[in-house]
Design a protein around this ligand. Structure first.
Ligand code: CMC
Length: 438
């Protein structure tokens, strides 16, 4: 895949008086890279790039994103079209298989999702072992890791079984997520149903109860589809890179996804959707004055950040955030909800987009700024927001794991470092050690 993209041009680099030529790579949409894979073996130097701000770790045909122009596409399709016209299951198929499904392919993929929705009954006992207030992300990550012991066929020739594993994971993660919520409430589990669509089935498992049957609401199903699609993939973000890095050691898919879920949990990554609503609730409780938050976010001595703003790659509006903001207005209107948090969020956005500090640093609302307000409106509890992000991101993680596994340029991920500790020194036996000689 990568070899086709060598442009023939060379970059030159002079080190210690010797000039080296480095091949230039140009991607499908024109992104440029200098190939330094032979740098250390030919020059003895490594590159230093904390946070991998300039490092391409792989080539990929899954997602394209242009952070300067605010463009995002999956497998060549604009995110706006997918969010407007597809179901999450169609987009999951697109991400994992590379093309949009035909009606027949969609039918058989959906049937697989229906078939795999149950959990092994032994797994259900695991939920009882968690304390009542366990974080749903901890439960999700542990349960997904445990799938590898129930489905060990995976470990042999994974690419032969990838369709099966992908459908199994996408289906079962939904059940695990809903069961973890029911357990946290102390309510009876609601098993998956064959006759419901992916999102309706999830909502039914979350909200149906013996005393109040759940009625599927099309507005809620549609907005959930949209949110999951918008979270489907985002190229080499922290959790996806985690899935790839763990997988590069040839670890099974379930363990890699479990690691990705853990990475997503962080408040700088997927955990931001929960942190945003907690911040808005705090502002609301304290009378609605958001200006103190903005002032704190700008204070270099205060570690506080205005969650829901800023992105490593987008230096303009995040296209997902625009779609989510509109969906938020639409769904709250359709459900006749007047959420004071939405008013506060809009006031914050308006103030921030005019504020020199944020303008200079290109800080715009990201995917997490408005999504939590929708989740609240459809009854998802705050500590489940990041689980919802994981449900959406799952097909992307699977697609990256599959691509990595099949990549002829694959190597185990193993960065280098510059050692800055003490130089080699004489060992002092325990009995002779003093504060002066250690
Ligand atoms: N509030 C206040 N200042 C900020 C913010 C923010 N939300 N984000 C960045 N900055 C400042 C930062 O202090 C730095 O200022 P200075 O140049 O004066 O030191 C400058 O902007 C550049 O920030 P950075 O930390 O170097 O940027 P980064 O690319 O390493 O970090 C980020 C990206 C998303 C971690 C960061 O913008 C952030 O912490 N945002 C808040 C958390 C958040 O909303 N995360 C969700 C990200 S999108 C979805 C996802 O990935 O899951």
């Amino acid at each position: 895949m990568l070899e086709k993209h060598f442009s023939g041009e060379k970059a030159t680099l002079t080190l210690d008086g010797t000039t080296y030529e480095l091949p230039v790579i140009i991607g499908t949409e024109g992104e440029k890279a200098v190939d330094i894979r032979a740098l250390r073996s030919t020059t003895g130097y490594i590159t230093m790039d904390s946070g991998f701000m300039n490092t391409g770790s792989c080539s990929s045909a899954i997602t394209f994103l242009d952070g300067e122009q605010g463009i995002l596409s999956y497998r060549g399709y604009g995110i706006e079209d997918l969010a407007e016209s597809c179901s999450f299951v169609e987009v999951a198929y697109l991400l994992v298989h590379g093309n949009l499904p035909t009606p027949k392919e969609l039918g058989s993929f959906s049937r697989m999702l229906g078939e795999f929705a149950m959990l092994h009954e032994n797994m259900i006992h695991f939920f009882d072992g968690f304390p009542p207030n366990a974080a749903p992300m901890a439960i999700l990550s542990s349960m997904v890791n445990s799938l590898s012991s129930f489905y060990p066929e995976m470990t042999n020739n994974p690419l032969e079984n990838i369709d099966l594993m992908a459908a199994r994971l996408i289906s079962k993660v939904r059940t695990i997520a809903a069961f973890s919520y029911k357990k946290s409430m102390g309510h009876p589990l609601v098993y998956p149903r064959h006759d419901l669509s992916y999102c309706a089935n999830f909502l039914n498992m979350m909200f149906d109860s013996p005393v109040r049957p759940y009625e599927v609401n099309d507005v809620v199903v549609a907005v959930l589809n949209k949110l999951l699609i918008l979270h489907g993939d985002h190229e080499q973000n922290c959790s996806t890179s985690t899935v790839r890095l763990v997988g590069s050691a040839r670890v099974n898919l379930y363990a890699c996804i479990s690691a990705g879920i853990s990475a997503l949990w962080g408040p700088l990554h997927g955990g931001a959707n929960q942190a945003v609503v907690e911040m808005l609730e705090r502002i609301h409780r304290e009378g609605g004055d958001y200006r103190r938050c903005i002032a704190r976010a700008k204070d270099p001595k205060d570690p506080f950040r205005l969650v829901g703003f800023g992105h490593r790659v987008y230096k303009t509006h995040d296209p997902r955030s625009r779609i989510i903001k509109k969906a938020c207005d639409d769904v709250l209107a359709a459900l006749r909800i007047d959420d004071p948090l939405l008013h506060i969020a809009k006031e914050i956005e308006e103030a921030v987009l005019k504020d020199e500090y944020f303008v200079e640093r290109h800080l715009y609302p990201n995917v997490d700024f408005y999504s939590g307000i929708i989740y609240r409106a459809i009854g998802i509890p705050t500590d489940m927001f990041t689980v919802m992000f994981a449900l959406g991101r799952l097909p992307g993680w699977i697609a990256h794991w599959k691509e990595m596994w099949d990549d002829p340029n694959w190597r185990i991920g193993r960065p280098r470092q510059i050692y800055v500790g003490p130089r080699r020194r004489p060992f002092v036996p325990l009995k002779e050690r003093t504060l002066e000689n250690v």
